[in-house]
Design a protein around this ligand. Structure first.
Ligand SMILES: Nc1ncnc2c1ncn2[C@@H]1O[C@H](COP(=O)(O)OP(=O)(O)OP(=O)(O)O)[C@@H](O)[C@H]1O
Ligand SMILES: [Mg+2]
Length: 281
């Protein structure tokens, strides 16, 4: 394997089964067989940006792909996932569901008709779980707009009797809290920032095991692990980035392992220092 191959492998997205993710994925899986009722359980996945919400959702989707039934030539999908539009716009929100279900829509279609069509399609496909990522986008803005979207969530949950899994930042959690009916239907699941503990060390071991380097780097040694945690500020996306950059540094400089001094050579700027760098310009 040449250097380029190794670098490509290092950059590839990988999934690490850390224990909170395993627990949450199991919980999401259980929702698929939850009996239909007027109070379907919903989950709100809350976490800081770059801390694994979308990765977890993508993993769950990959375990539940849509299938095509040869028998009746219909699509079957128990799990549908969409990304909320960047602003609270109901029409665009319904469009993103229709697009996901490969259902064409006309620009001129009225909002009510569009809503009905989404409802009927989700019913027809026997969708059990609707995932909405980046939910904080549509729960942002003026309270009237916020309420509109809270009502959309209620409509989907009540009318379809499906479980909603929403992922977003703390702002989404706060918005849902303003509606008592929704707040007691959504259980929050928090992806906390990583701290210096055994779970974090297990994560480092997993990252290390996926590196195409011949010698062990021993990320879990206290000083090394602390340094990676401080740089990454406890965000899994940053931990992964720091490891990626330092492993690439090692390869480019003909080393077969990463050493702590390399962390100073990769010119990595921790997330909270990034703004400062720009302001200095
Ligand atoms: N289980 C995992 N195993 C390995 N890497 C992961 C895992 N989860 C997250 N990552 C890494 O962290 C990065 C950021 O994760 P992700 O995109 O899921 O964050 P997010 O919480 O959705 O952030 P945002 O709120 O900004 O959308 C991923 O691109 C990936 O590199
Ligand atoms: Mg995301």
């Amino acid at each position: 394997m040449d250097k380029e191959d190794k670098i490509r492998i290092i950059r590839e997205q990988k999934w690490i089964n850390y224990s909170d993710a395993v627990d949450i994925i199991k919980e999401l899986n259980d929702l698929k067989s939850y009996p239909k009722s007027s109070r379907m359980p919903n989950i709100l996945l809350v976490g800081d940006s770059n801390n694994g919400k979308t990765a977890l959702i993508e993993k769950f989707i990959s375990l539940n792909p849509a299938t095509f039934s040869e028998e009746n030539s219909e699509m079957e999908c128990s799990v549908v996932a969409v990304q909320a539009p960047p602003e609270p716009d109901e029409r665009r929100f319904y469009n993103s569901i229709l697009e996901k279900l490969l259902a064409p829509y006309k620009i001129s279609e009225k909002l009510d008709a569009r809503q009905m069509r989404v409802k009927n399609l989700l019913k027809k496909l026997d969708v059990k779980i609707l995932i909405i990522d980046e939910i904080h986008h549509v729960l942002a803005g003026a309270p009237t707009k916020q309420r509109k979207f809270l009502n959309v969530l209620k409509f989907l949950s009540n009318e379809l009797k499906i479980s909603l899994i929403c992922a977003g930042t703390k702002d989404a959690f706060n918005a849902i809290q303003t509606d008592p009916q929704l707040s007691n239907r959504f259980s929050p699941r928090v992806l906390k920032r990583w701290g210096f503990n055994n779970e974090y060390k297990r994560l480092l071991l997993s990252f290390e095991s996926k590196l195409p380097l011949k010698e062990p780097s021993h990320f879990i040694e206290d000083g090394f692990a602390q340094k990676i945690l401080a740089l990454s500020e406890g965000l899994i996306g940053e931990i992964s980035k720091v490891i990626e950059l330092s492993a690439i540094y090692a390869i480019e400089n003909n080393f077969e392992k990463v050493t702590p001094d390399m962390l100073d050579k990769i010119r990595y700027v921790p997330p909270s220092d990034r703004k400062k760098v720009i302001y200095k310009l």
